[in-house]
Design a protein around this ligand. Structure first.
Ligand SMILES: [Zn+2]
Length: 237
């Protein structure tokens, strides 16, 4: 086979490999980003729980102060029972004490609910912290695996690119620039095989019998009349 044609076939194989490796090298960092994003989600959930717990703690402190105030209000009202001068005043103070009792019961209920909420939040935070630590360790492992893969891909890419450069130097400059132009224009495929089915492997258009003979002889690179790709004869698919 013609040396230039052989070089073109090799170049195409190398460029196809390079394109696949470049896609992989672009995809892997996104995978690392996704690992970080998932971990950030868990961390955010943890932060939200901590804020809620903080709010519950503050609310509880406020309610406890309210309770202190209500208790002192009741003590004062009860002391006034001894100072009243008539039944009307006595009844009024009693009614006031009754209202204070109801107020106190309400605040006590609220305090209990807040304590319960706090308990739940503490348990939730503990669970989420455990989850976060586990996921953090997993994420570190996963990232390490992806980074190793990425390093391997980049190393291979450098090797294949080097190989490609030296192979490309074997072609005349004009043929190489034609090849590269077709490669860009035709979705990364500039060299296509023609099998006994007699169609261009790139665009599936039938190849003329005359051209098939020339392809079989393979004395020089031929191009597909339809898509412009370089063609070579391949006995079996
Ligand atoms: Zn074609």
């Amino acid at each position: 086979m013609d040396q230039q044609l052989l070089a073109l076939i090799d170049l195409q194989a190398l460029d196809t490999r390079i394109a696949a490796l470049e896609a992989e090298a672009a995809r892997l960092p996104k995978q690392i980003d996704a690992i970080h994003a998932a971990l950030a989600e868990t961390k955010k959930a943890l932060e939200t729980l901590r804020v809620k717990a903080d709010t519950a703690k503050k609310d509880l402190r406020t309610k406890e102060k309210d309770l202190e105030f209500i208790t002192s209000k009741r003590t004062k009202a009860e002391a006034r029972l001894w100072e009243v001068k008539n039944n009307t005043e006595y009844s009024a103070v009693l009614a006031e004490i009754e209202a204070i009792k109801q107020e106190k019961a309400k605040v006590e209920e609220e305090i209990l609910a807040l304590m319960e909420l706090q308990e739940h939040l503490v348990a939730d935070i503990r669970d989420t912290e455990t989850q976060f630590k586990r996921r953090e360790a997993e994420a570190r492992q996963d990232e390490l695996v992806v980074r190793k893969k990425l390093a391997a891909v980049e190393e291979e890419l450098a090797g294949v690119r080097g190989e490609r450069e030296s192979r490309a130097r074997e072609l005349p400059r004009s043929l190489l620039s034609d090849y590269e132009r077709i490669l860009r224009a035709r979705g990364g495929v500039a060299v296509a095989a023609v099998t006994p089915s007699a169609v261009c492997g790139g665009c599936r258009v039938a190849i003329r019998l005359q051209a098939i003979q020339e392809l079989k002889a393979a004395s020089q690179p031929l191009v597909c009349e339809s898509c412009g790709r370089y063609l070579y004869w391949q006995e079996s698919a």
